[in-house]
Design a protein around this ligand. Structure first.
Ligand SMILES: CC(C)(COP(=O)(O)OP(=O)(O)OC[C@H]1O[C@@H](n2cnc3c(N)ncnc32)[C@H](O)[C@@H]1OP(=O)(O)O)[C@@H](O)C(=O)NCCC(=O)NCCS
Length: 153
């Protein structure tokens, strides 16, 4: 099934609880509340975007954006809205954002065990460029580093 009419909006401080709920639904804790609050309170280079369906935030993506490079810090879809294209839409939004802002490289890192996320990234033409051994302190898992190069319009 594909859900149509999902829109993307920039998330603000009053959306933090929703971000945390989305993470909870997936049993992950990628970004700490204090970090998100700090990012949203100070106009630093970290931006959050949410996928909105029927007034509900069903997924979010966090990026840092510095000069010509974006790093994807986190992308999470609410558990009961998985596999309908929410994360794909969030990525596409970032690809367009990158094109508009003359960003030519998008980096991300992912655990070797996260097959679903890896599939999503590879389908969206991210290329594996390196591996960080024992990167994640909790499981000693390796991190895979992916890069997508954005062609100028
Ligand atoms: C990884 C994650 C973000 C994917 O989110 P998602 O919204 O389910 O992703 P999508 O629906 O866009 O795509 C996922 C799958 O649905 C399929 N899909 C995408 N769009 C589709 C569509 N329009 N119709 C049918 N299937 C579709 C994709 O092909 C993909 O299939 P695959 O698993 O065989 O590769 C989600 O599983 C998640 O939140 N995981 C926990 C957090 C996490 O690990 N985040 C990544 C590291 S920060």
């Amino acid at each position: 099934m594909v859900i149509n009419n999902i829109t993307i909006k920039k998330l603000e401080k009053n959306d933090i609880n929703k971000i945390l709920q989305i993470e909870k639904s997936q049993n992950v804790n990628i970004l700490k509340e204090t970090v998100i609050l700090d990012d949203m309170s100070n106009s630093n280079n970290t931006l959050y975007f949410g996928a909105i369906y029927n007034d509900i935030i069903v997924g979010y993506i966090a990026i840092t954006y510095v000069i010509d490079t974006i790093d994807i810090l986190s992308i999470v879809t609410m558990k009961n809205y998985e596999n309908v294209g929410v994360a794909t839409l969030l990525l596409e939004y970032i690809f367009n954002f990158a094109k508009k802002n003359n960003v030519n490289k998008i980096f991300l890192e992912v655990r070797t065990s996260n097959t679903k996320a890896i599939n999503l990234y590879e389908k969206n033409n991210f290329k594996l460029i390196s591996k960080r051994k024992n990167y994640y302190t909790d499981t000693k898992e390796d991190a895979l580093i992916y890069l997508k190069e954005i062609k100028k319009i």
